[in-house]
Design a protein. Structure first.
Length: 211
């Protein structure tokens, strides 16, 4: 009579009855090429079905075995822009409003309040450009500001104190990490000795999710 161990036993075998490494791969039950052994929600052995070429193994959460899935080819991003020109008070920081949402793959830009509110843990590269003009070629300074929850976190300046200009385009770039509630806004400022400057309609605010 075949048996495991040194002699027959009348009680069920335990792991102590088997020497380490005694079961070879050749003694395991056959399976499907490409399958991966795992455990199900009950702690029992299970297999992950073979995926397709180019797919990656991803977690499907607690209580569920991993699975082969195709990575998304879409890069999450948003872009909003102005479609109307505004005349801010001279030498005064004002919030920039945007009228058109060209892209928003994650639906995290609130166009009604001109706020970007990234999800918890998401890392974004934000860019804003303000095209500011002044009549009579007397525009002397312009500023583009990024704020977090109403407080400045990054400023970009343009100035031509020695040579008057008719247009300036400060551009800022900043990397941020969202927490699901922090919000980001764009502000602008222009200075000219006389008259009122303009924030032109081709100004924009955009972002690309890095991770």
């Amino acid at each position: 009579m075949p048996f495991l161990g040194k002699q027959p036993t009348s009680i069920p075998l335990t792991t102590s009855d088997l020497a380490d490494d005694i079961i070879s791969l050749a003694k395991m039950a056959g399976g499907t090429d490409g399958n991966i052994i795992t455990y199900d929600a009950s702690g029992n052995p299970a297999v992950v079905a073979t995926g397709n070429d180019g797919q990656v193994l991803t977690s499907t959460g607690a209580g569920s075995p991993p699975a082969f899935e195709t990575l998304s080819s879409t890069i999450d991003h948003f872009r909003v822009k102005k479609t109307s020109t505004v005349n801010p008070s001279n030498n005064t920081m004002v919030k920039v409003t945007f009228q058109t949402e060209e892209y928003d793959t994650t639906s995290e830009f609130d166009l009604s309040n001109d706020k970007f509110i990234p999800a918890n843990g998401d890392i974004w590269w934000l860019t804003a450009q303000l095209n500011i003009s002044g009549e009579s070629h007397d525009l002397q300074a312009a500023r583009c500001r990024l704020t977090k929850n109403g407080s400045s976190i990054h400023d970009v300046y343009c100035d031509t104190w020695d040579v008057d200009s008719n247009i300036m385009s400060p551009i800022l770039n900043h990397i941020i990490t969202g927490n699901g509630s922090d919000y980001y806004e764009v502000y602008g400022l222009a200075y000219k000795p006389s008259g009122t400057p303009e924030i032109q309609s081709n100004s924009y605010f955009q972002g690309i999710k890095l991770a």
